[in-house]
Write a protein that binds this ligand. Structure first.
Ligand SMILES: [Zn+2]
Length: 322
């Protein structure tokens, strides 16, 4: 306080004490503004990619990779269908190679954050998918399938995509990455405009076709070798909503992503939701879990070369040397 009547001696304007006072006030103001800017910037960046954690975390995660030769492939129809918690658990937790093959770029979907639709939306969703993998650690591949919008039948989806082309693309990725275990998206039901069920059906066909050198021989001529994965699953519709409480059947395997990873400082369910929050044009960024929440998806065994048919193992990789 300066210059108030009866509160003390007035400081003449332009005098040395007046200049010091003004400089002091400006410095305090600048400091407060800087604090506000820093606080709001860190509030906007709600989650940090795994690679931006301290060096010893990255090193610990890399060392886990040395302890496993396992490869897991998930296939889906659109960006945001994937099981980010499972990819995080297998990739970061168990040190496996994780591969996601998404049939389309999702250009037939909606956009909650901007004007991009159709092809520009496909570009945006592709970039969001790559941002997702900075959290869950998966490699990304696509097929040639076009997301033409809602479909009422699996047959229409497969006919518009091109049956042989898309099975061939899945076979190509299986032969190139040589997964032990494959999991497609929805086994049945009506969700997602039937692209989900179509991508699962073509994945299950590709499981056997990849091992047959007479199928897609042009790929073998180009240098790829045939490859038989050990088992293929699809994501059971009981993974979602009230159906999740239905009693399990012998061909179902329930994944557990609730384990706390002390190196990452969170559960795989939490990390999966952090990854998923990158699908911003699909409105997923508000879905972050509280610690302790989060259910693993259920997978249905659809084909196998090592198990009794129709009886799912207890773990995706049971009986496979990794
Ligand atoms: Zn979808």
């Amino acid at each position: 306080m300066t210059g108030g009547a009866g509160t003390g001696p007035a400081v003449p304007p332009g005098s040395r004490p007046d200049i010091v006072n003004r400089m002091l006030r400006r410095s305090i103001l600048a400091f407060l503004i800087a604090l506000i800017v820093i606080a709001s910037a860190s509030a906007q960046l709600r989650v940090a990619p795994v690679g931006e954690r301290p060096g010893e975390v990255s090193l610990a995660l890399l060392l886990r990779k040395l302890a496993s030769t396992g490869t897991f492939m998930e296939t889906t129809a659109h960006p945001d269908d994937e099981d980010n918690a499972l990819l995080s658990m297998l990739g970061h937790g168990r040190g496996m190679r994780t591969v996601l093959v998404t049939a389309t770029r999702g250009n037939g979907g909606q956009n909650e954050i901007g004007p991009e639709l159709f092809e520009p939306l496909g570009v945006l969703r592709t970039e969001e998918l790559l941002a997702v993998h900075r959290f869950d650690g998966a490699e990304q591949y696509f097929t040639r399938a076009i997301d033409f919008g809602f479909s009422f039948s699996v047959e229409e989806s497969i006919q518009k995509w091109g049956h042989d082309e898309i099975v061939g693309d899945y076979v190509h990725h299986i032969r190139a990455t040589r997964p032990d275990v494959i999991a497609g998206f929805l086994c049945g039901g009506t969700g997602g405009g039937q692209h989900h069920q179509a991508s699962a059906q073509l994945t299950i066909e590709a499981f056997r076709a990849a091992a047959d050198p007479a199928k897609f021989p042009e790929q073998i001529k180009e240098g790829l070798r045939s490859w038989q994965a050990k088992r293929v699953f699809c994501t059971d519709t009981t993974s979602f909503g009230p159906q999740a409480r239905q009693p399990p059947t012998p061909d179902l395997l329930k994944t557990d992503v609730s384990a706390f990873d002390a190196t990452l400082g969170r559960t795989y369910a939490e990390l999966g939701l952090e990854a998923r929050s990158m699908h911003k044009c699909q409105g997923t960024s508000q879905l972050l879990l509280l610690p302790g929440q989060g259910q693993g998806r259920t997978y249905r065994l659809r084909d196998t070369v090592i198990d009794q048919a129709g009886v799912a193992p207890k773990d995706l990789f049971d009986g496979i040397d990794v």
